[in-house]
Structures are given as C-alpha cells and as structure tokens.
Design a protein around this ligand. Sequence first.
Ligand code: AMP
Length: 221
Amino acid sequence: MASFTVIMLGAVGVGKGTQAKKLVDSLKVPHISTGDILRAEVQAGTELGLKAKEIMDRGDLVSDDIIIDMVRNRLNLNDAGRGAIFDGFPRTIPQAEALGALLKELGLPDPLVVSIELPDDVIIERLSSRRVCINCGATFNLKTDEQLIANHKCPTGTPNVIHRDDDQPDTIKRRLEVYREKTAPLINYYKKQGALRPVSGEGSQDEVFARVLIALDPGLI
Ligand code: AMP
C-alpha cells in the first residue's frame, strides 16, 4: 500500500483540523495534531502539560525541541508506518527541517503541503464562536451548531464542550502574529521544494474538502 505524508498548513482557525480529520478516511493514515497531543498532556496534568499550558494560553509556541521529540515518538507508533496527516506541525523552519530528516530516516515520502488560506477577519469571527469538546476534539460553531452541541455524544462518554482559553480575542491576535512571523515562512520553504498546494478556506467544510482533494490528487496518484 502507498505511503502518504501530508501537512495541513495555515493560520489558526482556517479549518486545518477539520480537513485533516476528513482526509484520514481517504488516505487511511493517522491524523497527528501537536495541539491535540499538548492538550492531552495539559488535561492529564503532566509536567510537560503544566509548562505548555502557560505558553499556549499566551498564544506563543512551545519549544522546537519538545515538539520534535513528541512527533518523533508519535511517528514511531505502528499506525504511522504508512505516513501521517500533520495538523499544526511544522510551525517553524527548524521543525520543518527536523520533519524532513525524520521522514527520510523512517523511509516515508517527502510531504505534500496543503496551505489553507483565509482572511484574518474571517478567522477571528470563526474562532470567537468555535467550541471544542476537549475529551474527543470535536469542534462546533456556537452560532450554527447549537443543537449539535446540546446533543453531542462524546466517544469517551463524557462530553466537555468548552471555549478554549487560547480562542479568546487577545490570544487569537497573538496566535495570528506568531503565525505570520514564525509559520508563514514555511509557505516559501515548501514552495521552493515544489510541495505547496494552496487551497482557499472559504465556504463550507465540504466545499473546502473538495478543493483539498483536487489539490492533492496529482501528488497522490
Ligand atoms: P493548535 O491546536 O494547533 O492551534 O495548537 C494550540 C497551541 O499549542 C499553539 O498555539 C501552540 O502554543 C502549541 N503548539 C501546537 N503545535 C505546535 C508546534 N508545532 N510548535 C509549537 N507549538 C505548538
């Protein structure tokens, strides 16, 4: 069976996580979200979680060393033998370089990079009304999914739908600044490698997913 490495790139709130989860069904490789892994550490109250929470609540980035170690450990699990869909990683050039080396080491293909683009005002509006179940990662929109939130059946059995601390207005602004400064340079980095697949994040989740599939197809067949 073929192997796939896909990176979902884009600012916070463009729908990377939602599109990554949809791709899992098509590609049958796991979704690796460094934000989800960190939130699980925070929930579990580990030493790493306690350190990370403060940084995450400010909207800043956790250190490259910690993140790269986390991803190396995750990629060594059996289910990632045919690759992965990365969401929220890499977020800096050193992380991208480390990922390139890790993929080579593991005999996995060079990544294809779906870069989801959306104007800042749409992002801020979306994140202000985003709600998430911190037990299963399901995301909702407060304005359109009121009923879904009320009826949410979490696979873990205990739904816990919250407004993330880092989805508050001041932190959103900081996260967008950090994206522009540290993560946006990855667009050029992957463009130079011929790996970039830009996609508009406007419209419904299904509309965006149709674009993602079209953007990836030439690289996957
Ligand atoms: P996310 O859910 O991807 O938006 O991540 C939430 C927060 O976790 C970010 O704002 C960062 O503080 C931290 N984080 C997640 N992934 C990374 C990463 N690849 N590098 C550094 N920090 C990260």
